[in-house]
Design a protein around this ligand. Structure first.
Ligand code: GTP
Ligand code: MG
Length: 178
C-alpha cells in the first residue's frame, strides 16, 4: 500500500469539505459548517499498475483546510510536505477563481511543482445545470488557465458526486507514475 498526503485549498464555502465528505463517506450536507483550522480524513482507492495490470492500493491522508481569511497563515503547515493539492473554486463565484490562482502561485513558489501534483477543480456545476445564468467561470477559461499552468483540471459537483471519484483516481494514477 502506498500513502500520499493530499491538501485541499480554496476560498471559504467553495465546497472543499463537501468534496472530501462525498469522496470519503459518499454523503452531502446542504448546511455544512465552515471548517475551523483544518480537518483530517483518510480514504483508500485502487488503481491499476499500467505495466503489470495489477491492482495497487493508494491511501490518501487528506487535510481539509479552512478557507476563511483568519486561518490563512495555517495553510503552510498542511501543504508543506503534501504530495498533492486539490485547489477548489466555485463556478458561480468569480472571486473564487482569483483565490484559487493565488493558491497555485503560492504552492509553486513554496513547494515547487516537480514533486507536487496540483489538481484544479471547479465545484458546484449542479447549480449551473439547473440555472445556466449562474455560471460566471466558463470551462474554456479554466481549461486554458490549467493548461498554461500545467495543472490537472475538472469541473465537479460534491452535491451530485459528478467527477469526484474521478479526480482522486486521476491524482492517484499521477502520483503512482512519479
Ligand atoms: P470552508 O470550510 O469555510 O473553507 O468552506 P468549504 O470550502 O469547506 O465549503 P463547504 O464544503 O462547507 O460548503 C459550503 C456550502 O456550499 C455548503 O452549504 C454546502 O452544502 C454547499 N456546497 C458544497 N458543494 C456544493 C455543490 O457541489 N453543489 C451545491 N449546490 N452546493 C454545494
Ligand atoms: Mg470546510
Amino acid at each position: 500500500m502506498l500513502q500520499f498526503k493530499l491538501v485541499l485549498l480554496g476560498d471559504s464555502s467553495v465546497g472543499k469539505s463537501s468534496i472530501v465528505h462525498r469522496f470519503v463517506k459518499d454523503t452531502f450536507d446542504e448546511l455544512r459548517e465552515s471548517t475551523i483550522g483544518a480537518a483530517f480524513l483518510s480514504q483508500s482507492i485502487k488503481i491499476k499498475d499500467p505495466n503489470s495490470e495489477e491492482d495497487v492500493v493508494i491511501k490518501f491522508e487528506i487535510w481539509d483546510t479552512a478557507g476563511q481569511e483568519r486561518y490563512k497563515s495555517l495553510a503552510p503547515m498542511y501543504y508543506r510536505n503534501a504530495n498533492a493539492a486539490l485547489v477548489v473554486y466555485d463556478v458561480t463565484e468569480a472571486d473564487s477563481l482569483v483565490k484559487a490562482q493565488a493558491w497555485v502561485n503560492e504552492l509553486k513558489q513554496k513547494v515547487g511543482d516537480e514533486n507536487l501534483v496540483i489538481h484544479l477543480v471547479g465545484n458546484k456545476v449542479d447549480l449551473v445545470e439547473e440555472e445556466p445564468s449562474k455560471r460566471v467561470i466558463t470551462v474554456e477559461e479554466a481549461t486554458k488557465y490549467a493548461a498554461d499552468e500545467n495543472l490537472l483540471f475538472k469541473e465537479v459537483s460534491a452535491k451530485t458526486g459528478l467527477n469526484i471519484k474521478e479526480v482522486f483516481q486521476t491524482i492517484g494514477e499521477k502520483l503512482y507514475e512519479i
